[in-house]
Design a protein around this ligand. Structure first.
Ligand SMILES: Nc1ncnc2c1ncn2[C@@H]1O[C@H](COP(=O)(O)OP(=O)(O)OP(=O)(O)O)[C@@H](O)[C@H]1O
Ligand SMILES: [Mg+2]
Length: 112
């Protein structure tokens, strides 16, 4: 199993949710976060010399899937979250050791 973590622009959340629903993704977690990438928010001159870092509002998604679904999920997020402008976000893929459905005690792939 893998966990796909994606940071996206907030206004793209509905497009991404719908793209993932089309793939049959049954569960995900999303929350509002703040972050910055290599432009550091805007990258403006601050008091003449320093660069100010501005945290930008983003949405962070977390989706755990079986390994075979990773390429489709990454593609769906990339295509649905892309505007082509800076700050479109990033996707990270991590290994997951175990999953448990609390209601039933089912484990791993059965629990997703
Ligand atoms: N290396 C990183 N680790 C963790 N979070 C990151 C990292 N890079 C970016 N992020 C998160 O993703 C958000 C969007 O990043 P962003 O798309 O601006 O990356 P970028 O590398 O600056 O690319 P671009 O040039 O397209 O803007 C950031 O606000 C931050 O929350
Ligand atoms: Mg950036």
């Amino acid at each position: 199993m893998k966990k796909i973590e994606a940071v996206i622009k907030p206004h793209k959340i509905e497009d991404v949710r719908s793209a993932l629903a089309s793939l049959g993704i049954l569960g995900l977690t999303a929350w509002e976060v703040r972050g910055f990438g290599r432009q550091k928010g805007h990258q403006e001159l601050y008091r003449g010399s320093e660069y100010q870092v501005n945290f930008m509002p983003k949405v962070r998604l977390e989706i755990v899937v079986t390994d075979d679904r990773v390429p489709d999920v990454v593609k769906a997020i990339t295509e649905s979250a892309q505007t082509g402008t800076i700050g479109d976000g990033k996707i990270f893929v991590l290994n997951v050791e175990q999953a448990v459905r609390i209601r039933t005690g089912e484990k791993d792939e059965e629990a997703l």
